[in-house]
Design a protein around this ligand. Structure first.
Ligand code: DQA
Length: 395
């Protein structure tokens, strides 16, 4: 991948002054400059284009065919009705990532539907202008190691990306569980950088999606999905030479809660959600994880994220079933990785979890990373990730 095109559709020339509460204060020129900066990290050249006219956008897409290696497009309101744009995206046979600055699924109902999505390789929304950075990164990662996207059940979110190393099997498996405080605008692309890195290091990676709050998810559906996604490895193992004795679950942030849960769910009661696993992880790695739902809820972590996740579930029951802290003691290795500079999930979550797990021969180990922020543990170029990789090989 050497060259990408960033396209913005109708009214995005007004960025900076148009409804700043929704779209922020960054102007289009500033956004385009930022895209160049974000792309240069990957040594990519960038072309940019904006138009308020459907035909001009279609002509620009046609011109991109064979010239650039991928496209990031924010089609503006055309998203919701332009089948012509859908057809143009489909016709050029380039990977196209759809991006929206605002949370289109939490606005007027007509904005929640995109007619271009089916022609795009991925859709990112609700992350502000940072969404363009995630979109560029996604293009890079899917080109570096193209995944096979496989369904583990029937819903649209019941899928995962399988990446296999070049070496012969059986492969150890890293199940990657993304975070985002269980909210639907955060998806598995956030784990792709480490998916690619681990695959390059000889791991099969299974980067899973799950139903999230606001889109049929939350407790207990989210837990059931994570359990089903891991169990699905049973069906994938023969064809893909997966070593089911060496399945490690690695979760980031809220995904840390889900990873620690997944490594302990075999001790749930048989009627509890997600009980009775078919594939049992050999170890769990929590990266900047939410290790304790009760403390997270009472301290309003992430703008009341836990209240959204647990909804109306009776709390004593939900904490018992879903909170890593309540699932102790661990009976397999747990690595708890946290940066001292994390201001999304404070490091105190790691400290109290490891403290509660402390007993002779404890299997729960803390890896405290000096100065690391919330995203460092999922950033391959960081010293935090280097420390994780180092430790992973000895688990
Ligand atoms: C938008 C969302 C669209 O619904 C809207 O018409 C836009 C911008 C976004 O970036 O959030 O113009 O694509």
């Amino acid at each position: 991948m050497r060259r990408i095109l960033i396209i913005n559709g109708p009214n995005l020339n007004l960025l900076g002054s148009r409804d700043p509460d929704l779209y922020g204060t960054t102007t289009l020129a500033e956004l385009e400059a930022l895209c160049e900066q974000w792309a240069s990290v990957h040594s990519l050249e960038v072309e940019t284009f904006q138009s308020n006219h459907e035909g001009a956008l279609i002509d620009r897409l046609h011109k991109a065919s064979g010239v650039v290696d991928g496209v990031v497009i924010n089609p503006g309101a055309l998203t919701h009705y332009s089948y012509a744009l859908h057809d143009a995206i489909e016709a050029i046979e380039l990977p196209v990532v759809e991006v929206h600055i605002s949370n289109v699924k939490e606005r007027e109902s007509w904005r929640s539907h995109s007619v271009v999505s089916p022609a795009c390789v991925y859709t990112i929304y609700g992350r502000g202008i940072d969404g363009y950075r995630w979109a560029i990164d996604h293009l890079v990662h899917r080109t570096a190691r193209s995944p096979r996207t496989l369904a583990y059940a029937t819903g649209t979110d019941h899928q995962g990306d399988l990446r296999l190393p070049d070496t012969g099997g059986p492969h150890p498996v890293a199940v990657l569980i993304h975070g985002g405080f269980w909210r639907h605008h955060w998806t598995r692309d956030t784990m792709e950088a480490i998916a690619v890195d681990l695959t390059n290091r000889g791991w099969a990676t299974w980067n899973i999606e799950y139903r999230r709050v606001g889109l049929d998810g939350g407790y207990p559906a989210t837990l059931q999905d994570v359990g089903a996604a891991i169990d699905h490895l049973d069906e994938l193992s023969a064809e893909n030479h997966l070593d089911l004795e060496r399945v490690f679950v690695i979760g980031h942030s809220a995904g840390g809660q889900l990873a620690l849960w997944a490594a302990n769910r075999h001790r749930l009661g048989e009627d509890d959600p997600g009980a009775g696993p078919r594939v049992l992880p050999a170890a769990a790695i929590s990266l900047a994880g939410v290790t304790d739902l009760e403390t997270a809820e009472t301290s309003n972590l992430g703008n009341d994220a836990v209240s959204g996740f647990l909804g109306v579930a009776p709390r004593a029951e939900a904490y018992r079933v879903a909170s890593p802290m309540n699932l102790l003691p661990a009976d397999r290795p747990h690595l708890v990785v946290h940066g001292t500079g994390d201001d999304s999930v404070p490091i105190s979550f790691a400290h109290s979890y490891v403290e509660a797990a402390r007993h002779p021969g404890t299997l729960v180990e803390l890896l405290e990373i000096d100065g690391a922020d919330h995203f460092d543990p999922i950033t391959p170029s960081s010293s935090a990730w280097a420390a994780v990789v180092d430790r992973l090989s000895t688990l």
